[in-house]
Design a protein around this ligand. Sequence first.
Ligand code: GDP
Length: 299
Amino acid sequence: FSRLRDRLHKTREQFINRMDRLVLGRKKIDMDLLDELEEVLITSDLGVRTTQLLLEKVADKIKRQELKDPQKLRDQLREEITRILSVESSAWDPRSARPFVIMIIGVNGVGKTTTIGKLAHQFKSEGLKVMLVAADTFRAAAVEQLSLWGERVNVPVVKQKSGSDPSAVAFDAMDAAVSRGMDIVLLDTAGRMHTKVNLMEELKKVQRVVNRKDPSAPHEILLVLDASTGQNALSQARLFKEEIGVTGLILTKLDGTAKGGIIVAISDELQLPVRYIGIGESLDDLRPFDPEEFTRALF
Ligand code: GDP
């Protein structure tokens, strides 16, 4: 917990500390204060929509005389934000199928490969047999990088030479996973945004092939987003949700950014559960997301 708290310090400085300074010495909540609060929320990347929602809740409490003291604003916001982050979703249970197939999607550079390495490490330490699949065949470096993670974490990697058909790699991998008794299959996919249409078609094809092998798979389609890109992360989430269908999110690089508020905006608008957050570059820097714990660390 203290590590999480420590890693969120940039977002806290931008958001919470500014909010605290705002209410310092104030005796009542007036329009002036609310305007300044709006500014803090928007510049912390909570987005216009989520900011309005939070301000409406606050205004409502004030109207009903349940909120008067500016010093209580912080608790009020923390409560609301925790509620927004607690998106309803099916339980996360990688032991519910064997193999449990997780397709990892997202734009290049967001931390997809690193996240797959961290996930593999985590599942492995829980005693699960993990296989990585290099279905980003577009970039030779991607296959290479995934192989390195496989070595580092000591799990097998299914790959073919670069340029081969990603869905063919996924097809073979599904067979290999069954015959080798794997518990978890982590599918790395391409993320080149300059050919958006082709990319979406490619991802859908991988999804179809996996589904043909096992009608319940992929069991999860996790979208990786770089929190430090703020509103860009939100538009990527919109796009992938609409095109591919996403079951959950992983927000990376929450450590290096003052734009952590984007996690609230995305949860609010897209109603997708955040499954994990990345808070650093080392293997242990991926945490299962717990809204309560997150806001406790942030506030
Ligand atoms: P990909 O192109 O999406 O596969 O991205 P990579 O996995 O290669 O990651 C891009 C860069 O982001 C690398 O330098 C990673 O070490 C870094 N990275 C990934 N996740 C995190 C994170 O949670 N925090 C920080 N600070 N860096 C991260």
